[in-house]
Design a protein around this ligand. Structure first.
Ligand SMILES: *[C@@H]1O[C@H](CO)[C@@H](O)[C@H](O)[C@H]1NC(C)=O
Ligand SMILES: *[C@@H]1O[C@H](CO)[C@@H](O)[C@H](O)[C@H]1NC(C)=O
Ligand SMILES: *[C@@H]1O[C@H](CO)[C@@H](O)[C@H](O)[C@H]1NC(C)=O
Ligand SMILES: *[C@@H]1O[C@H](CO)[C@@H](O)[C@H](O)[C@H]1NC(C)=O
Ligand SMILES: *[C@@H]1O[C@H](CO)[C@@H](O)[C@H](O)[C@H]1NC(C)=O
Length: 486
């Protein structure tokens, strides 16, 4: 009886102590953000990783890239146009947003604009009653893919081009048609492309952007200079080895050749969140040409590592052909591309490993431990070191009993709290294999030396704006990577 009573007291005593501790315990909070931050729409955009561009219009029928503006609308006749096929091809490639050239530099409109007859109205396709933009947005809706629009500022057809007021009014009128009548548009693309002999013309970008934001609530505006998404500075699909999503918008202007380097790398001190989009075509040209064929899988993967793997979104152009369909050979290449990405990244060798970190915010069980590096949330759960640990933070991945065999390392920052990491290094069994800079949403290091075998992989963060926050890491094997054969 005495013994029983004694253990009873011990239990209640323990409970009391626990109660006091839990009353005192403060749940560790997330660290402060490091500004600037992405907007909600920019974060959604970044997570897409792959976007499809569709260049389609009179050039598809004339074997050209830049039309003259004098094309007869009657040449536009995609007899078997099927936008459902476009969407199916995109969806099968894991693409969640498609951007259509509603009007290219030649001025021909893929929708029946009230303000010009240089459009599908004059085409034999559906006896002039067709509307490619409508069919495109309908198919996208059915297929669960988002829609985007490109409306070329440069217009070689319209006689108003060169008269500032008249042309800007015309352009704004067309923007209103496209953004009012076709449902939700998630990205709009503006560029500064223009021939050297084109008339001088100022675009009223401030009016255009204000109108876009008035008509669409969750849209991202792309241009060389943003305001939501910036150009990466080339059409090869390659971001800088250092690539910040931050930049100073005040240093940017649209169609300015002297800023391409700045666009390519961004700015660690940049005051604006303006991530880069890498546009490139699956074929040599942007429009479909009978004589051209799609890039090889190895080239597409190279582009993927240099765009998505460098903190950017890849905007891959897949041009429909003159029948109105995406050619089988392109669709097939896209399926191979998706299947390769899935093969490489569906298996993470780090998942079976023991993870050690330099420190963790709030201590064990504080919510910021290494377990967050391997969960499926790549944004809002993350490893955070203690604030007071100076400038040397690290993660170690220990293979349990097995040798780790990999050729790709993936690191992702919790960019919801700002892009922070400036420099990092990677060691395998104490030997340095990577000396890197930025990470951002996703950094992929495909190893130039080929496959590595080792027991311990150490990721060291050597420089950061505030404490580094890492949301995911991975060790992967890319069976398509043969560095010796490049
Ligand atoms: C288009 O053509 C019709 C018929 O010729 C004409 O009535 C109309 O004014 C034209 N519209 C524009 C915008 O030029
Ligand atoms: C455009 O303006 C520049 C400078 O004002 C001038 O040199 C050039 O000839 C103009 N181009 C055309 C096509 O009018
Ligand atoms: C182009 O960019 C450079 C560097 O920011 C700037 O000095 C120059 O004024 C810009 N040119 C135009 C035409 O905006
Ligand atoms: C960008 O702006 C920040 C803040 O004004 C400034 O410190 C930085 O030097 C600017 N970057 C460039 C390249 O001028
Ligand atoms: C366009 O692609 C479709 C699907 O592969 C094909 O059936 C058609 O022949 C192609 N059209 C041309 C002109 O190559």
């Amino acid at each position: 009886m005495a013994k029983l009573l004694c253990s009873f007291y011990i239990i209640t005593l323990l409970q009391l102590v626990q109660l006091v501790i839990s009353k005192r315990e403060i749940i560790p909070t997330p660290p402060l953000p490091v500004l600037p931050l992405p907007t909600f729409s920019q974060l959604k955009w970044q997570q897409r990783e792959l976007i499809m561009f569709l260049h389609f219009g009179v050039n598809t029928f004339t074997d050209s890239e830049w039309g003259t503006g004098h094309e007869n609308p009657a040449i536009f006749n995609p007899v078997e146009l099927n936008t459902n096929q476009w969407v199916t091809v995109a969806a099968e490639a894991g693409i969640s947003l498609m951007i259509l050239t509603a009007k290219h530099h030649d001025g021909f409109c893929l929708w029946p604009s009230k303000y010009t007859n240089h459009s599908v109205i004059g085409s034999p396709w559906k006896n002039g009653h067709g509307d490619v933009v409508q069919e495109f947005v309908n198919a996208a809706k059915v297929g669960g893919v988002d829609a985007g629009i490109y409306l070329s500022p440069w217009d070689k057809h319209d006689r108003r081009y060169g008269q500032d007021l008249a042309y800007n009014e015309y352009y704004l009128a067309q923007l209103q048609e496209l953004l009012n009548k076709y449902g939700s548009v998630r990205e709009i693309w503006f560029d500064g492309a223009k021939g050297s002999n084109a008339p001088n013309m100022s675009y009223y970008f401030s009016d255009w952007f204000a109108m876009v934001n008035e008509l669409q609530s969750s849209i991202n505006i792309f241009s060389d200079a943003g305001p939501d998404v910036r150009w990466v500075g080339n059409e090869q699909g390659f971001a800088g080895d250092t690539c910040w999503s931050t930049i100073n918008r005040t240093s940017l202007s649209i169609g300015n050749e002297s800023i391409v380097e700045y666009l390519n790398t961004g700015d660690p001190r940049g005051t604006d969140w303006l991530p880069a989009e890498c546009d490139v075509s699956i074929r040599p040209g942007w429009f479909w040409h009978k004589s051209e064929s799609p890039k090889k899988l190895s080239e597409l993967l190279e582009i993927y590592y240099n765009s998505v793997g460098r903190n950017c979104v890849l905007l891959l152009n897949v041009p429909p052909n003159s029948t109105g369909l995406i050619s089988d050979i392109d669709a097939q290449r896209l399926r191979e591309f998706r299947s390769a990405i899935d093969t490489i990244f569906s298996k993470n060798l780090a998942e079976n490993c023991y993870i050690k970190v330099s420190s963790q915010r709030g201590g064990k069980g504080g919510g910021f431990g290494p377990e967050n590096l391997l969960d499926s949330d790549h944004l809002w759960t993350y490893w955070a070191p203690r604030d007071e640990d100076g400038d040397d933070h690290w993660i170690e991945i220990w293979g349990k009993d097995e040798v780790l065999r990999f050729n790709v390392i993936r690191i992702q920052e919790a960019i919801g709290l700002g892009q922070r990491i400036k420099r990092h290094e990677i060691y395998v069994d104490h030997k340095q294999i990577i000396k890197g800079t930025t990470i951002g949403h996703k950094r992929l290091h495909r190893l130039d030396g080929g496959t590595v075998h080792g027991h311990v992989v150490r990721i060291r963060i050597r420089g950061s704006r505030g404490v580094p926050l890492i949301s995911s890491i991975g060790l992967h094997f890319d069976p398509f990577w043969h560095p010796n054969f490049i």
